[in-house]
Design a protein around this ligand. Structure first.
Ligand code: MOS
Length: 748
C-alpha cells in the first residue's frame, strides 16, 4: 500500500469556489431556457377530482401548465427499493391519486421563474380527501422481508435471565429533512432524440440509466451533468420526480426548461430521514460482560415503498455477546418515500445503543469506556469473521485523553461552573466500509500535465482534490499539473456517491489507472535503447511515487520516461473491483445501480470506528443546554487528505449536535403535513451552538479494504454524537432522555 503523501492539501478548486467560478447544475442555462415551477398537493391522501389551470394559464409570462391529464407519458422507472433508479416507486402526475402532502400536481412553465411561481399558485385543484396519518404506528410494524433482517444467535431470554443488570428501554428519533445549501434543481434540453440534463445528483449514471429506460433511448443519447454538488448527504441519491417532470415538460415544449424547487418543497419532493423507534434489551454480568443484546428497530416508511437502511446490522457488529437478536421492522404512514440521510440508520440506532451502554454502565457503577473495552469484539459477533481492522479502543483512549475524561467526578450533578451544571458523556461512532467497483481514465502528457476522468462526484467533500492527489503522487506531478473531470455521465463508470464509498472505490480506480499508465510507459522505454530501464523485463519495473524502478536499483522518473517515448503521452484505464465483490454486485454497478462489497463479506467485517466525548452544560435556572466541547478520535484506515477529512468529521459531529438538540420536522397531524418546512423553523446548529470541536485521526493500516487502505469518513462523524450528548445530559442532571431532539422542555 502506498501511503499518501502531503496530506493537508487545500482543495485545489477552492479559489474558484470562493470567487463564484465553479458552476453548479443550475448555473448552466441553455439559450432559450424557460422556467418551471411545481404546484403541490394540500392534502396527503385522496383523489384530484378536478384541476382548474385557466387562471395559471392566463397569468402573464406563463407558457404552459401541465397536469396528470396533459403531461406527456413516459415509462415510469422502478423505485430504488424495487431495484430501479427512482427515489420512490410512485410517480406523481401520472394519475389523479394523491399519496402524500406536497406531492406535485401541476408543472407550470413560464418565461421567468417569478411568473412560473405565480402560475403555480394560481392552479386550483379540487380534492376528494381520504383519511391520512403521517405518524407511523409502531404496533402495526412488519418485519422487512430480506435476508439478515431478523437474526438470532444464542438465547437472548437466557442471557437476560442470567444478567446481573439489564437495560430494557425504548428510544425514538424524529423525522428530519435535508437542507443542503444547493436546492434541488433540474435543467433539461432536448436536441431531437438527444437529451442533456443538468441536475445536482449523487449519481450521473443512475440518473442517465433511469431516463434512458423512461424514454426508450440508448444511454449514449443522454448526458447528465453535475460537475459540482452543493451538499447532498443522501438527498440527491436517486432519480426524483422533479427531474422527470422537467424532462417531460422540455420535451413537450421543444425548449429547454429549468426547475429549482422551493425550500418548502424540499421537504416533500425528495427523500428524508424517517422517524424511528428503537427497542433495546442489553444485559451484563456483574463484571460488565454482556450476556444478551436485543435490538428491534422500527423505522417509518411510505405506503408504497419498503425503505430499508438496516441500522441493526451495525449495532449487532459492535460488541461481543453470546446472545444476540436483532430485527429490522417498518411501519407505514402517508408520506413520500423516505431514504438516505447522512448515516441513514446509524445515527438513530447508535443513539439508542450507546445510550443503553451508558445506562447499563451506570447500573453496574462502571466506567462506560471500560465497559466497552471489556466487550470489544475482535471478530464480528454474529458473522464470526475477523474485522479487517478495528481500532475502537485506541479511539477511546485518544479521545478520552484529549478530553480529560479521567478528571471528571462521576457522581450525577457533581460538577458545576457557577449556575451551569456540567456533564460528560461518550459514545461509539462507526460506519460500515463498503467498496463499489469503479473505473477511471488517466492521460499523461510529456509536458507534465495529466487528466483524470471518471463519473464520480464531488458532493462538497473534496473528491476532486483527493482524486488529483492520488494521481499526482503516483505520476510524480505537482497537484496543479493534474486536472480532474467528474460529474458527467459520459465519463468512465464510477459509483453513486453514497455510503461513504467514493475515495475508497473511485480512488482505487485512479490508483490502478496510474499503475496501468506507468506499465505502458515502462514497456516502451524497456524496449528502447539508452535509458536506465533499457532491456529490462517490463513486468519487473514498478512505480514508486512517480519513479519507475527496476529490480536492481535502476530508476527513471515516469515523466522523463514518458518524454523518451515516441508518442510522448499515455492514456490508461484502471478498473477496480474488490475481490469479495459478487458478480451480481458488479453487474448492478455497470447497469447504473449501486453494487458494493462489504461491510461484511465471507472473509471480513469492514468498519471505520470512532469515539466521541461531549461536555454539556445545563443552566440550573433557565435550563438552557449548551455543548461547549465535542472531541472525537477516529480510525478510518489511510487518511488521504487530513484537511478535507478533518472537515468531514467536524461537519458530521456538528450535524450530530443538530440531531441531539435541534433537528426535528414537526408534523401537523390533522392535515398530515410537515409543518416547519423552512429553515427559520427547522433548526440546525449555528455558530453559537458549536464551540470547540476537536478531531483526531489515528493511523490505521488496513490492506484488506482496498489498495489505498481507505475506509469512508463522510458519515462516520455524526454517529455517536447524539448519544454522547444525551449521556452527558444525564451526568449533569440525572435525566435519561430517550427521545430526540432533547430540548429545554425536557429539562423541567
Ligand atoms: Mo449518503 S446518506 O449514503 O448519501
Amino acid at each position: 500500500m502506498t501511503k499518501t503523501l502531503d496530506t493537508r492539501v487545500t482543495r485545489y478548486e477552492a479559489p474558484r469556489k470562493v470567487t463564484g467560478g465553479t458552476r453548479y447544475a443550475a448555473d448552466f442555462m441553455p439559450s432559450g431556457m424557460l422556467h418551471g415551477a411545481l404546484a403541490t398537493s394540500a392534502i396527503a391522501v385522496g383523489e384530484l377530482t378536478a384541476i382548474d389551470t385557466s387562471a395559471a394559464e392566463n397569468e402573464p409570462g406563463v407558457i404552459a401548465v401541465y397536469t396528470h391529464e396533459s403531461l406527456p407519458d413516459y415509462k415510469q422507472p422502478k423505485g430504488f427499493y424495487q431495484g430501479g433508479p427512482g427515489t420512490a416507486s410512485f410517480w406523481p402526475m401520472t394519475g389523479s391519486t394523491i399519496r402524500y402532502g406536497g406531492q406535485p400536481i401541476a408543472y407550470v412553465v413560464a418565461e421567468n421563474a417569478a411568473a412560473a411561481r405565480r402560475g403555480a399558485a394560481l392552479v386550483k385543484p379540487e380534492y376528494a380527501p381520504g383519511e391520512a396519518d403521517i405518524e407511523m404506528d409502531p404496533y402495526e410494524s412488519f418485519l422487512v422481508e430480506a435476508e439478515g433482517m431478523a437474526v438470532t444467535k444464542g438465547d437472548v431470554e437466557a442471557g437476560i435471565a442470567a444478567a446481573a443488570a439489564v437495560v430494557d428501554e425504548t428510544w425514538t428519533t424524529p423525522f428530519q429533512h435535508h437542507n443542503p445549501m444547493e436546492m434541488f434543481s433540474a435543467t433539461a434540453e432536448w436536441n431531437g432524440e438527444r437529451l442533456t440534463v443538468w441536475t445536482p445528483t449523487q449519481s450521473v449514471r443512475t440518473t442517465r440509466g433511469g431516463i434512458a429506460q423512461a424514454y426508450g433511448l440508448p444511454e449514449t443519447a443522454i448526458e447528465v451533468v453535475a460537475p459540482f454538488v452543493g451538499g447532498a448527504f443522501g438527498s440527491k441519491a436517486g432519480l426524483p420526480p422533479y427531474t422527470m417532470l422537467t424532462i417531460a415538460a422540455a420535451k413537450a415544449l421543444g425548449a429547454p426548461v429549468r426547475l429549482i424547487v422551493t425550500r418548502a418543497q424540499m421537504f416533500t419532493v425528495a427523500a428524508f430521514r424517517p422517524e424511528s423507534v428503537q427497542k433495546i434489551r442489553l444485559g451484563a454480568d456483574a463484571d460488565g460482560r454482556f450476556t444478551a443484546f436485543e435490538h428491534i428497530e422500527i423505522a417509518q416508511t411510505s405506503q408504497f415503498d419498503p425503505v430499508v437502511n438496516p441500522g441493526t446490522h451495525m449495532t449487532r457488529a459492535m460488541y461481543a455477546s453470546p446472545n444476540i437478536r436483532t430485527e429490522q421492522r417498518l411501519a407505514r404512514s402517508d408520506t413520500n418515500t423516505p431514504g438516505f440521510m447522512r448515516a441513514p440508520n446509524e445515527m438513530q440506532t447508535f443513539f439508542a445503543l450507546e445510550s443503553a451502554v451508558d445506562e447499563l454502565a451506570r447500573k453496574l457503577d462502571m466506567d462506560p469506556v471500560e465497559m466497552r473495552r471489556l466487550n470489544d469484539a475482535q471478530r464480528h459477533p454474529v458473522e464470526d469473521v475477523p474485522f479487517s481492522s478495528r481500532s475502537l479502543m485506541a479511539c477511546y483512549d485518544a479521545a478520552a485523553a484529549s478530553f480529560g475524561w479521567a478528571g471528571r467526578d462521576t457522581a450525577i450533578g457533581a460538577m458545576s461552573d457557577g449556575d451551569w451544571l456540567v456533564g460528560y458523556g461518550c459514545a461509539t461512532a462507526t460506519y460500515p466500509t463498503a467498496v463499489a467497483p469503479s473505473e477511471a481514465r488517466v492521460r499523461m502528457q510529456s509536458s507534465g500535465s495529466a487528466l483524470v476522468e471518471l463519473a464520480a462526484h464531488d458532493v462538497g467533500t473534496g473528491a476532486y482534490t483527493i482524486m488529483g492527489q492520488i494521481a499526482a503522487q503516483r505520476l510524480g506531478l505537482p497537484l496543479a499539473g493534474v486536472e480532474v473531470a467528474m460529474g458527467n455521465s459520459n465519463l468512465p463508470v464510477a459509483p453513486l456517491s453514497g455510503g461513504s464509498v467514493t475515495s475508497a472505490s473511485a480512488g482505487s480506480a485512479v490508483h490502478l489507472a496510474c499503475l496501468n499508465a506507468a506499465a505502458e510507459v515502462a514497456r516502451s522505454v524497456a524496449a528502447m535503447d539508452d535509458n536506465p530501464l533499457s532491456g529490462l523485463d517490463p513486468a519487473a519495473i514498478t512505480l514508486q511515487d512517480g519513479v519507475l524502478k527496476g529490480p536492481d536499483g535502476q530508476s527513471m522518473p515516469l515523466l522523463e520516461a514518458l518524454k523518451a517515448t515516441p508518442r510522448g503521452e499515455v492514456s490508461a484505464i484502471g478498473a477496480y473491483a474488490h475481490p469479495d465483490l459478487t458478480t451480481q454486485a458488479l453487474r448492478t454497478t455497470y447497469k447504473g445501480g449501486f453494487g458494493v462489497a462489504g461491510p461484511v463479506t465471507p472473509k471480513h467485517a469492514m468498519f471505520a470506528f470512532g469515539a466521541e466525548f461531549a461536555e454539556v452544560r445545563v443552566h440550573r435556572w433557565t435550563k438552557e443546554i449548551r455543548v461547549p466541547r465535542v472531541h472525537g478520535a477516529f480510525a478510518a484506515g489511510n487518511i488521504l487528505n487530513r484537511k478535507t477529512a478533518h472537515s468531514q468529521l467536524m461537519g458530521g459531529m456538528i450535524w450530530g449536535i443538530g440531531s441531539a438538540l435541534h433537528e426535528h420536522t414537526v408534523v401537523d397531524r390533522p392535515r398530515a403535513r410537515f409543518l416547519n418546512a423552512n429553515i427559520a423553523e427547522y433548526l440546525v446548529p449555528v455558530n453559537a451552538d458549536v464551540r470547540e470541536i476537536q478531531v483526531e485521526m489515528l493511523d490505521e493500516t488496513d490492506d484488506y479494504v482496498n489498495p489505498l487502505g481507505v475506509k469512508g469518513i463522510g458519515e462516520l462523524g455524526i454517529v455517536g454524537t447524539a448519544a454522547a450528548i444525551a449521556n452527558a445530559i444525564h451526568h449533569a442532571t440525572g435525566k435519561r432522555l430517550r427521545a430526540l431532539p432533547i430540548t429545554i422542555a425536557d429539562m423541567v
